[in-house]
Design a protein around this ligand. Sequence first.
Ligand code: ADP
Ligand code: MG
Length: 243
Amino acid sequence: MLEARDLRKSFGAIVATDGLSLTVEHGRIHALIGPNGAGKSTALAQLGGSLTPDEGQVLLDGRPIGGLDEASRARLGIARSFQISALFPEMTARESVAMAVMAARPHHARFWRPAATDRGLTDPAQAALDRLGIGHLAHTRAGQLAHGQRRLLEMAMALACRPRVLLLDEPMAGLGATETRSLTEVIRGLRPDMAILLVEHDMDVVFELADVVTVLVDGRVIASGPPAAIRDDPEVRRAYLSE
Ligand code: ADP
Ligand code: MG
């Protein structure tokens, strides 16, 4: 469904992705792992459209989308978990998600005030909050939420756009054990409805969720396959897992 073909991206002398190819399929969780600086975030950025590759192609359902910016790709159903900095602290959780719904529907564009009471926006927003188990926080301001709750809110904002492809960059970072557990279950529950590319440091989460694991080292894929095969791959163990 979403395919990266031979993506190359350099920052000066640093080659961040050095001919990266991978395919993320509907109903699958594809984990992208590798040491710090391997090029994982750069890869996600090229798929999401916030970064243009020097070479290579990004295809959605076989059609090249490399010429589209991030907003256009979002409208095609490619979502990235919103960053915390994207949250307005004064906005409630439900307003934040409603805003994300509105952003994903250009035909729905209108001024904010009416949007806050527009059930075409607030109903899907509430549904997304409920799905993440934070429905009871709908009227809490984003700035008052605990770190883990904000993470869930970012995820709700991504989901409210009804994505077909979800790109997640270390969703468990900074979460406690209980929050990690519940977010793992949330991601598992999303699997049937979309294609998910998951960059994650927590190997327990990776090996629990992933259908396919791709290992990136120095911008290059050194292995890709089912989790069990990756776990036992001697080169992967040497380069990454046993570090
Ligand atoms: P990862 O997410 O796997 O830790 P990144 O994709 O963030 O790795 O980074 C890959 C390499 O590219 C690193 O060496 C990093 O320092 C470099 N890099 C990433 N973004 C930039 C940038 N905007 N400018 C310069 N170098 C960058
Ligand atoms: Mg990164």
